[in-house]
Design a protein around this ligand. Structure first.
Ligand SMILES: C[S@@+](CC[C@H](N)C(=O)[O-])C[C@H]1O[C@@H](n2cnc3c(N)ncnc32)[C@H](O)[C@@H]1O
Length: 281
């Protein structure tokens, strides 16, 4: 189990570091803007930011939503939301601390125009979330989310155009050299959330996939380093202190070419609750 899968999001150190990173670098704001745009919010009245964390996605939604719209940002980590409430001030936004799987208890049935979920869906019980989203969406309402390349089973373009080793692989080399790290044996269990599985969960819940697309993000080496310094994302897994992980990161970064970029793929999925009269309704 990665630290990511544990309670880390509800720790102040992670919440503060994540919020600072997400406001300093474009990784999460850019993907959030892309999803909010695809949700077609122009005439919306009620929008849910699912697994909204510190409000980066909520901010992207608020930027596109009408003045009269209301936005619910739902996340099960109170620490993330505490930081978000300090940063995002908008009377249209309310914060709900709850699991995504319980969305139906926190939004009125069939009245939500769009549910947007940036960089989180694979951490949830997708079948339960799809059912909950179906319960709150109005007919024609959209559920828009993305899946990280590794989780969706996409080929990562990381190696393309790069001349040196990745920051992650350098960290592992330094961990082995300076800290005696041996990586655990990898069991190839396949991707966690490939498109076929997502489509199955959505269809079972009564949602129709209307569009999928693979998008690519270019990340500068300095941004990758900043991301890897957030405790929940720091490498390698195993019995290390955060100070030790930061030491490995510094040494690894010193060996990179700061001019190089890393490319990250995302699988973007746009689903819709069918309208009355449509074949699948
Ligand atoms: C990488 S952050 C993304 C936050 C935000 N969407 C953004 O783009 O900045 C992932 C978030 O998912 C939340 N999360 C993970 N599993 C969840 C679940 N089952 N229910 C609610 N929130 C969850 C975590 O607490 C964390 O805040």
């Amino acid at each position: 189990m990665t630290p990511d899968a544990l309670t880390g999001w509800d720790e102040d150190a992670n919440a503060e570091a994540y919020a600072a990173f997400a406001r300093a670098f474009p990784m999460y704001s850019a993907t959030s803007r892309d999803l909010a745009d695809r949700a077609r919010l122009t005439d919306s009245r009620l929008i849910v930011d699912l697994c909204g964390g510190t409000g980066v996605t909520a901010q992207a939604i608020l930027d596109l939503a009408p003045a009269r719209a209301a936005v619910i940002s739902l996340d099960n980590a109170a620490a993330m939301q505490r930081v978000g409430q300090r940063i995002v001030h908008d009377p249209r936004l309310s914060w709900v601390t709850a699991p995504a799987e319980h969305l139906a208890e926190h939004a009125p049935p069939h009245q939500v125009d769009a549910v947007v979920c940036n960089s989180a869906i694979w951490k949830t019980d997708v079948s339960a979330v799809a059912a909950a989203v179906h319960g709150v969406l109005r007919p024609g309402g959209r559920f828009v989310f993305n899946i990280g390349a590794g989780f969706a089973g996409l080929t990562q373009p990381n190696g393309q155009g790069r001349t040196g080793p990745s920051l992650d692989s350098l960290i592992h080399r330094i961990a082995a050299r300076d800290y005696g790290y041996t990586p655990p044996p990898t069991l190839d269990t396949g991707p966690k959330l490939p498109l076929a599985a997502v489509t199955h969960f959505l269809t079972e819940a009564g949602l129709t996939v209307v569009h999928t697309e693979v998008t690519t993000q270019h990340t500068a080496m300095a941004e990758r380093k900043a991301w890897l310094s957030i405790p929940i994302f720091a490498r390698p897994n195993g019995d290390f202190t955060h100070a030790q992980r930061l030491d490995m990161l510094e040494k690894a970064y010193a060996r990179t070419n700061p001019e190089e970029t890393t490319m990250t793929n995302w699988l973007v999925v746009v689903a819709q609750r069918d309208e009355p009269g449509s074949p699948a309704f």
